[in-house]
Design a protein around this ligand. Structure first.
Ligand code: SF4
Length: 391
């Protein structure tokens, strides 16, 4: 990359990282540092723990529409989402060989099942199912989660990572706070001036950010932010402002996002690549850093269909996000057969309807290749908002 980046060069580099199934940047990082690299599945893992022990966290988000699934399909029934098939395919084809292991956060039965398969298929690698609490009392769920994190730190050490050190963790929290701030700032800029931050660009930047070392990711996002803000060549269009929800795990193909934008929608909030937005504000740097990570997970995480909310109203958080982002309508866009997203959807629909917010829904797969039907649906939705909405 040249010394003076441009929007095109930053997005181009992010796009090539996003398209690189062989994780070249991870291989280069390992050759340079001699460190371990651990893959992780959506939605969230505490990357700080890995970073503090000199381990590179590498987000695994499935594939796109250009990976032929030959073996992966044999492991799953037809009524299961696509991401576990492509992840198996990537693993069995050797593309993930540079990873020293994979973390599987507890978000659904499919991921749990995938962690078991991984253990059998790759017995020499570290495989951890990261169980997360569904009780958010520090004395109960917090104690449980802390134990999980301590065991994770020990498992990394047993594989050759640096032993856990509280001061190193504090430093890593500070670095990830900086990354989260950049992500939040970009989301805020897109919300305010969506024509300056096309979601198709933001998306590839976020996909690259989960593979890059934290400081590199922060720098990339910060440079893009400065350039996008200063660019006067992008002018506002008469598009409908929409919130896109349901796509927190298996990610849509980039072509689908471009299609939505071309159909007349400005996406002003979404559920894409949530790992660096999961914790919503800076994690305090004082006190015991491991405890601060735990408390942030318990008390400052995004609402998600994968988190138990007890007596709170399903969809209330979605309504709040719609109001905050100034979205005029909602696109419920979930991966086919995604139980957490699709089981929550009727309750979320009820919540937005109670507030008179227009919505439409469709499903996708990470390998969806035909967008014409979605383009017509989203275009009609955007037109109806512009013509008739009183929201
Ligand atoms: S897409 Fe949905 S069902 Fe599939 S692994 Fe992710 S959360 Fe689970």
């Amino acid at each position: 990359m040249s010394d003076t980046p441009t929007i095109a060069s930053l997005v181009g580099r992010a796009d090539s990282i996003y398209r690189d199934y062989s994780l070249t940047t991870v291989r280069e990082w390992k050759a340079r540092t001699g460190g371990l690299a651990m893959g992780f599945m959506p939605i969230y893992i505490p990357c700080e723990i890995l970073d503090a022990q000199g381990v590179l966290p590498v987000g695994l988000m499935g594939a796109r529409d250009d990976l032929e699934i030959i073996k992966g399909d044999a492991y799953y029934q037809s009524y299961i989402c696509h991401i576990p098939r492509s992840t198996i395919e990537l693993g069995l084809s050797g593309r993930l060989d540079c990873l020293d292991g994979v973390l599987f956060p507890a978000i659904c039965d499919v991921i749990r099942n995938l962690s078991g398969m991984w253990q059998m298929l790759f017995p020499t690698k570290l495989v951890r199912y990261l169980d997360v609490p569904q009780n958010f009392e520090p004395a109960i769920g917090g104690r449980f989660y802390r134990h999980e994190l301590e065991e994770l730190a020990e498992a990394l050490t047993s594989r050759g990572a640096r032993p856990y050190d509280a001061e190193a963790l504090r430093g890593s929290i500070a670095r990830y706070n900086a990354l989260r701030r950049e992500v939040r700032a970009l989301y805020a800029l897109r919300q305010r001036l969506p024509w300056k931050v096309p979601t198709s660009e933001l998306y590839v930047l976020l996909r690259a950010a989960v593979v890059l070392p934290v400081d590199d990711a922060t720098r990339m996002l910060s440079e893009y932010h400065g350039l996008a803000l200063a660019d006067e060549s992008r002018l506002p269009l008469d598009q409908a402002r929409v919130m896109l929800t349901g796509s927190f795990c298996e990610q849509p193909p980039l072509g689908l996002i471009r299609t939505l934008e071309r159909s007349g929608c400005y996406i002003v909030d979404d559920d894409f690549v949530q790992v660096h937005r999961w914790i919503q504000s800076d994690i305090p740097l004082d006190g015991d850093p491991m405890e601060q990570l735990v408390l942030a997970f318990l008390g400052d995480a995004m609402a998600s269909p994968t988190r138990y909310i007890d007596k709170a109203e399903k969809g209330a958080d979605l309504v709040l996000r719609i109001q905050r982002s100034g979205a005029e309508g909602v696109l419920f866009a979930s991966p086919s057969f995604c139980d957490p997203a699709l089981l929550d959807q009727p309750m979320a629909v009820r919540a937005v309807e109670r507030h008179g917010i227009p919505w439409t829904a469709f499903k996708y797969s990470e390998n969806t290749g035909q967008f014409q039907v979605i383009r017509e649906q989203a275009g009609t939705f955007a037109d109806s908002i512009k013509l008739w909405s009183v929201a």
